[in-house]
Design a protein around this ligand. Sequence first.
Ligand code: NAD
Ligand code: UD1
Length: 342
Amino acid sequence: MAKQTVLVSGGAGYIGTHTAVELLATGYDVVIIDNLSNSETAAVEGVRRISGVNVPFEQVDTCDEQALRKVFERYGFDSVIHFAAFKAVGESVHEPLKYYRNNLTSFMNICALMHEFGRPNILFSSSATVYGDADTLPVTEQTPRKPATSPYGNTKQMAEDILRDCCAAYDGMYGVALRYFNPIGAHPSALIGELPRGVPQNLVPYITQTAAGIRECLSIFGNDYPTPDGTCLRDYIDIVDLAKAHVATISRMTQGRMKQRYEIFNIGTGRPVSVLELVHGFEKANGLKLNYRIVGRRAGDVPAVWADTRLANEELGWRAERPLEETLRAAWAWEKHLRKIQ
Ligand code: NAD
Ligand code: UD1
């Protein structure tokens, strides 16, 4: 059988690079497009070095319909994984139009061209943020979505709905939304990883930058939540495990194993971990001490959210495998690689 090609939009980013590596390792051809608004060409070089494949890369803005059309004319892919989006929750509150324009225009362009060119499979990067402060835990795919608390979160809900409606309307279109929980860590080669701009908003990049001496002290946002140690509970999913979930999903789509034209899967470990557990886990995994202090709650944080992963386990034949300790070692190895620390 001829090799299948997958278009990876936003493929120079954190999740895109790791996914490209896993697709290539499984035998898929990959085309990466990215406008480099939150990434660098070095990330694509990292993918090429790890895979030994000279992956095609086009600097394209997915909001630019004409430029995107040329990509469809040039490459014969059947599937797209759409990562290209802005993702800073706080910024989205202050600049909503920037988020609605980029995240929705780009996704609608992708859907429209997939339809026009008769390309069937669309995998969309959604987020556990769609569940908000859920009434029951862990959350299943049936758990009702809560009204979004940020424009970013709203773009995820809206894009899910766009995909659902397109799959219902257009014969031959298949869609999957993967709802990621908290992706962390880096590739074991330390050649690719997360590249936060400015002060990191997410926990693990803040921890690794504190360990590297770039930040003085980690602030833990609240220890008075109704959780065992008072700090928030999250479902931290290793980035390589997350990347493999995309390969499993693309295989399901390209092999005609979908049960419905539009499907949703939670991608997490199914295990809640508190902020303090993660901090202490990082210290233990890497044999170092972290400077931290407890401060007040961060607005908008939910006390706890973690995934019921049974659907993904059963239907995708996928499960998270990497032990947290290894993930936290990889996160630190990547930070050291970035900062040239021995
Ligand atoms: P990232 O910023 O590292 O990667 C996104 C990539 O898309 C970047 O390389 C950026 O340059 C590119 N991009 C943005 N807008 C574009 C456009 N208009 N045209 C072309 N390229 C564009 O982010 P990531 O962490 O890899 O996230 C990937 C996707 O997963 C995003 O849709 C994000 O919302 C979603 N997601 C991420 C997380 C997370 O914690 N990282 C959690 C849930 C969902
Ligand atoms: C955030 C986003 C979510 C996104 C996810 C992954 C919000 C409200 N939600 O989720 O949409 O999908 O990132 O990118 O922003 N923490 C600290 N100190 C820090 C940073 C974080 O204590 O310096 C705590 C937070 O309070 C939280 C946990 O660590 O309890 C995880 O935080 P973070 O990594 O930002 O992820 P989420 O808040 O789960």
